[in-house]
Design a protein around this ligand. Sequence first.
Ligand code: HDE
Length: 698
Amino acid sequence: MTARKSSGTAKSVAKTGQGGELHQSASAPESRLTTNHGVPVSDNQNSLKAGRRGPTLLEDFVLREKIQHFDHERIPERIVHARGSAAHGFFELTDTLAEFSRARILTEVGVKTEVFTRFSTVAGGAGSVDTPRDVRGFAVKFYTREGNWDLVGNNIPVFFIQDAIKFPDLIHAVKMEADRGYPQAASAHDTFWDFIGLMPEATHMIMWAMSDRGIPRSLRMIEGFGVNTFRLLNDKDEPTFVKFHWRPKLGTQSTCWDEAVKIAGADPDYHRRDLHEAIAAGDFPEWEFGVQLISQDEADALPFDILDATKLIPEEMVPIRIIGRMVLNRNPDNFFAETEQAAFLPTNMPPGIDVSEDPLLQGRLFSYQDTQLSRLGTVNFHQIPINRAKGCPFQNLQRDGQMQTQVFAGRANYEPNSLAEAGEVGGPREDPAGGFRSVALPMQETKVRLRADSFADHFSQARLFYRSQTAIEQAHLASAIVFELSKVTLEHVRDRVLANLGNVDADLAQRVADGLNVALPKPSTPAVKPRDMEVSQALRIVGKYPETLVGRAVGILVSDGADGVLVDAVRAAVEAEGAVVKIVAPKIGGVTLKNGKRLKADGQLAGTPSVIFDAVALVLSKDGCTSLLTEGAAIDFARDAFGHLKAIGFSAEAKPLLDKAGVEPDAGIVELDKDADTFIAVARTRQWDRERKVRMLA
Ligand code: HDE
């Protein structure tokens, strides 16, 4: 091996480990590799050794600095919501709430405010998959002109528990079991259901989490909710209760459970990739922003307590007023610096928005600031670019601390001070008129550690949710609970859950018991007898799905000799609908079409199963089809598309593959024609009617 010296002139020669040479122009200061302290590095390939084959020297600060930085590259992941994906964008107000709030973000119509939005799963670690059955976090940081507003919500409008003091128990129960370290990112295990069975207040949230909302199709297709009740305060400091809502323009859409499980293997980053690719392609996801506004009198008249986070306010009782929109239009430049270091705090609120006494929210007001201290390691985490208030200046007299990046001038780091009188910098002062004020509430209660009686009804809204679902969704929900409880090994745990379900709905409890093939225990004794509420159509997904291909993906499986005219027809029709086309071929090099032209593949069949598409087309030649009859991945491609209720378009030559895969004819299985119209018509929705033919549901 020859070792050469760098020339030190305009052209330097860096040595590779193999003795090869990398020539690079390293003289220009702006392109020069340096240490963290700015010392130019001459050789980034070899450590400094005592002789050609000798030990490495401690004096090699270039090596030590590089390795040491690497050793410390990871920070603790979030204790919950560790797995997340985020994007930049803007919020635009379309309707003013000036009557209710003095916050400029809610009153200045037409103003665009920068946002950074992070979506997450809750239970899994940072490296876990995107499609477990789980709640999704929906956290928005608005960089408003009056400081950051963080609306840290979920895709489900209620929560498992009523009081923050139970949060560590809930999370311990759902995360990997303490002794064995599994399961990762899954609620289907003993400790979670043990906790749930013992906490009837969780039942309403369980209905939501076990519904199809727990397995979203895309982060672009989830709703968002502030969950807790907040307050708005107007110019006169008059309060109004508020619930916040995000509604995806693409509609709320889900996967099938079997599909979600298979996606986890096919593409663990399915949601992250989908969000990134959509934004990169200019297909910007968008949400409407809405509020439910409730006066104190209206709140008092409701049959539940709006301070109880296990309750929602049905839209039929208090309509959602749409007041704005959010568009996500820019991917982060750096995952760690932005997505990982983003710190969301429910305490970040501009003047005119305030908290309520919801005991869950009250605990959150402490937790988020606190957790950032161990996660980001310093009280100065607000200075990290992604967390910095950028809609306005921020200034105060807080000083020093680890990773302080600001250089403060002057002597005044206390207040009051009179240094300005001597011509020195006096520093910022409080603003009684424009500053943040809390709602003025009379407080004369006895100090107690108890739960309000108004929180005691744990089943009425769980019942409302179940009864408001379509038959399809009820079957999915029951099947999801059967699946989860089938992974529970402790019989008494299953029985307790079943006993609670009896208070939700007798039919649901029986279906789950039948699905498990166990006897249904008597319903548990509820603290308050559940009441029937008016069914709420708004709680459904099925039927509210927009029948469209917009924002979705269609896979075309091709073989050598396939009819290019059909491929082009499908592609044109799908793209005209606003969906993305991916060509799947047996080999990544693509295929040669009937007309002799080459067609490139976007994915190799074995690594690109149909689960990642919303509809598929099979354009095969006769020989191509014959050769795929012995290829499991091809058979699965068709079988899974069928089983996941997707539309399948096919060229006549592809029929033997469909037959081999057990695909039975129905309205969603169509032979492709020259304009692909029939295929597009059925591809706009799942084939729900097929479901009972392909799956035993509870
Ligand atoms: Fe959180 N939650 N949470 N949570 N939460 C965190 O803060 C906590 C709750 C939510 O993308 C943590 O920065 C307590 C409800 C989201 O960075 C932590 C309680 C809702 C995110 C924390 C709750 C949420 C978090 C962990 C019960 C829906 C991810 C890392 C009192 C409204 C934000 C962090 C992101 C993250 C505490 C309940 C949403 C530990 C104590 C209810 C979307 O502070």
